[in-house]
Design a binder for this molecule. Structure first.
Ligand code: NOJ
Length: 752
């Protein structure tokens, strides 16, 4: 047995590994502040308002109007404006024909890839691989910058507990620690090693803040988040993004505890500026300034502009309330020139840091690397690492390409090149997608593949082609069913009330299972679906998300055992929408449930005293456990965890504690395992979660090998906000090292 030693200081450590090499925003020392100051002093009020206005191309009915606005310095930024020639021309007008020659900054949503599309961010989060995620965002920036884009509205780092919310696809899931490490990696990838590099984009941490807590998971809905939850969970990835040097933040659509986040001084001024020292600029979300009128927080657009400016929103996206009202608001002393100057200075600083004044143009040659084979290769790797194996009964997977005579490929997502790209994919093209059907045919040859789509799209309810699908299954050795959701069912404005498999997919699966052939279900979706029944019907289930351009080859690699699945769930899977919210770091409650205290719905006697069901926290129908826990994911091999040790039973509050374990690959295949480290604070001045992730590590472990893993805790890792301040409280703590949030080796220690 070979023993490899790995010493990593995780938790704070992993996070610092990612952030330490980042360009930290550079504050006052980079000269940008002084340059911006000098420029602000020369600007007219109209020019200042121009810098604070970001317009969409659609706003200008006539391209000549746009050129004139830029010439007159009435527009500082554009979004959705693409193409090297176009961008260079509009930039030339800004630089050469406007009075002060201030370059534009062109923004675009590049959320999970530009032309090379990576898995949706929720999928990438399932890889638990910050370095792979960093590289994916670097590739996205290289491609996007070649089209003249210098700023992307990413990373999207909204924590959510609600899979009904369509935008769960765009974020990193439910956990603040995992999301923070990935947020930092994304910022680092987007911004690169130096902001002045032509391939660097400014990152934009969004949506600040709380947007993922939309009531009922209905997009744009109201949010209520108590301050401890806000600080202990929701704000964490944003702070990480700021620490990693994110140059911009986006204020969100939602109202938070009664105050719209685009007019929220507490989050924008007190937390972001005063506590965190953010010194980039804040852009509104699309029309989120004027939507404060709809919120009933402003009487009209003018008051909305006043509220947003006073709260610290420095650039208005898409609407023109700043443009129309700043002068009057100044005259009426509702806002001050100092506020305007501060906003413009922040915007100009970012333009200076990006090197836009020195190098405003895009090199027409830069686009040559679009869809570079190395980019596609990385997209395949990330898609592979993002897929989560949920079930594998009797080692139904992997299939052997040599032994198998034929497979039936069935389902609406087997050959759906646009759907596999997922939501928020403005620039990826279906024609570049390699679908599972294509990849399987490439591997096995056309003759061995019996393809029947059966359902034209995921919501299709027609059973007209069921018999053809069943016939294909009967003449094959195994059934590969590619189901899930079309891309349009998740993303912005695409919330669902039920989160089941749409259309007649489940019935089709029933018909296929009835053939007695092994059924392998591959789910391609933008959210965690409630798939208890579908798991039962299948021999193996691989959750592949919307995995991007290279979904087909990546999934095929896994199905045929070129590599073992290794992703782990970044979000709890619920049994049905009625169980939402269900997240692993919930509090224990006064009445936690257990197997002993829960009676399955169908076993409840009809004549029964009221107290007989235990008076515990569960649903009569769902029970007290989720469908699948956070951190869960199987492999083709097996891993044994052993020898948990602590450096001491007592941790001093100014000291550290190291927790070690051994992980052995006891199966037959070399594979990655994502080792997870959880902590519980037994007693607190506010109730504390039953578990919190404090570290993780994706490790390659060859078969038969054992790896030592260690995680080091500091008091800062155990700190939390208790409503009055940040505290680390002495007392008893539990620790676990294991393969998911529900399994693992356990020990405890005392903090004093
Ligand atoms: C609205 C979305 O909420 C935001 O995420 C996006 O960046 C902007 N539109 C710009 O497209």
């Amino acid at each position: 047995m070979k023993l490899t030693r790995l010493s990593l200081v995780l938790s704070a450590g992993l996070f610092m590994l990612i952030t330490s090499s980042c360009d930290k925003g550079k504050s006052v020392t980079d000269g940008a502040e002084a340059k911006a100051d000098r420029l602000v002093a020369q600007m007219t009020l109209d020019e200042k308002i121009g810098q604070m206005s970001q317009l969409d191309l659609g706003y200008f009915m006539d391209p000549e109007q746009l050129k004139q606005a830029v010439r007159e310095g009435r527009c500082g930024s554009l979004l959705n404006f693409l193409g090297v020639e176009q961008v260079n021309e509009i930039q030339r007008i800004a630089v050469e024909e406007s009075r002060l020659g201030i370059p534009l900054i062109i923004g675009r949503d590049v959320i999970h890839g530009y032309r090379t599309v990576f898995p949706i961010p929720l999928g990438m989060a399932a890889s638990w691989n910050p370095e792979a995620v960093r590289k994916a965002f670097r590739i996205s920036a290289v491609e996007a910058s070649s089209d003249g884009i210098k700023w992307t509205f990413a990373p999207m780092i909204d924590i959510t507990w609600d899979p009904r919310w369509g935008r769960i696809a765009e974020g990193c899931g439910e956990d603040p620690y995992l999301a923070s490490t990935l947020a930092a990696a994304m910022v680092k990838g987007i911004q690169g090693d130096s902001l002045t590099d032509p391939t660097a984009l400014a990152a934009c941490a969004k949506h600040y803040v709380g947007y993922g807590f939309a009531e009922a998971g209905r997009d744009y809905n109201t949010t209520y988040i108590p301050e401890p939850l806000l600080r202990n969970v929701v704000l964490k990835p944003f702070h990480a993004a700021k620490e990693a040097g994110a140059q911009t933040f986006m204020s969100a659509f939602n109202d938070l505890n009664g105050i719209p986040t685009s007019g929220n001084r507490f989050t924008l001024k007190k937390i972001l500026r005063e506590e965190w020292g953010f010194d980039g600029f804040v852009v509104s979300d699309w029309a989120s300034v004027t939507e404060m009128v709809n919120h009933g927080f402003a009487e009209d657009d003018k008051q909305a502009a006043e509220i947003a400016i006073n709260a610290g929103v420095e650039m208005e996206m898409a609407t023109t309330s700043y443009y129309a009202n700043i002068k009057a608001l100044l005259d009426e002393k509702k806002i001050t020139m100092e506020q305007i100057d501060d906003a413009v200075r922040d915007i100009l600083k970012v333009k200076y840091r990006l090197g836009l004044f020195d190098n405003p143009y895009t090199d027409p040659e830069a686009g040559k690397r679009i869809l570079d084979p190395s980019f596609l290769d990385h997209a395949r790797t990330v898609a592979r690492q993002s897929a989560v194996l949920l079930k594998n009964e009797d080692a139904a997977l992997p299939l052997s390409e040599d032994k198998i005579a034929s497979v039936a490929v069935i389902g609406p997502l087997a050959d759906a090149p646009r759907d596999q790209l997922g939501t928020w994919c403005f620039d990826g093209r279906a024609e570049n997608s390699v679908t599972p059907l294509k990849a399987i045919r490439d591997l096995l040859g056309d003759k061995k593949v019996n393809y029947v789509q059966a359902l034209a799209y995921s919501r299709d309810k027609s059973k007209a082609n069921f018999s053809a699908a069943v016939a294909a299954a009967r003449r094959s050795d195994a059934v590969l069913f590619f189901g899930g959701e079309e891309w349009i069912l998740s993303g912005e404005g695409q919330s669902r009330g039920e989160i089941n498999m749409p259309g007649a997919q489940t019935e089709l699966l029933e018909a296929l299972a009835a053939t007695g052939k092994p059924v392998i279900l591959v789910i391609m979706a933008g959210r965690p679906l409630a798939i208890g029944r579908e798991i039962e019907l299948s021999d193996a289930v691989l959750y592949a998300w919307h995995a991007g351009t290279m979904a087909g080859p990546a999934i095929t690699d896994l199905l045929f055992g070129k590599e073992s699945p290794s992703g782990k769930l970044p979000v709890t899977f619920v049994k049905g929408a009625g169980q939402i919210p269900f997240y692993y770091y919930r509090n224990n409650t006064g009445r936690p449930a257990s197997d002993e205290t829960w009676t399955p719905f169908d076993s409840i006697p009809t004549v029964n005293p009221q107290s007989s069901l235990g008076y515990r926290t569960f649903h009569l129908d769902y029970g007290y456990t989720p469908l699948l826990p956070f951190g869960y994911g199987l492999s083709y091999t097996t891993f044994k965890y052993s020898d948990l040790t602590l450096s001491s039973q007592v941790m001093k509050i100014d000291g550290t504690l190291t927790v070690r374990a051994r992980v052995t690959n006891t199966g037959n295949m070399d594979a990655d395992e994502i080792v997870q480290f959880y902590v519980r604070d037994r007693v607190g001045s506010i109730t504390r979660p039953i578990k919190e992730l404090k570290g993780y590590n994706r490790l390659r472990i060859s078969r038969g090998e054992t790896t030592d893993v260690e995680f080091t805790l500091t008091a800062a890792d155990l700190a939390f906000f208790n409503g009055r301040g940040e505290v680390t409280e002495p007392g008893k703590f539990d620790v676990w090292i294991g393969p998911s949030s529900e399994e693992g080796l356990h020990a405890d220690f005392i903090l004093e």
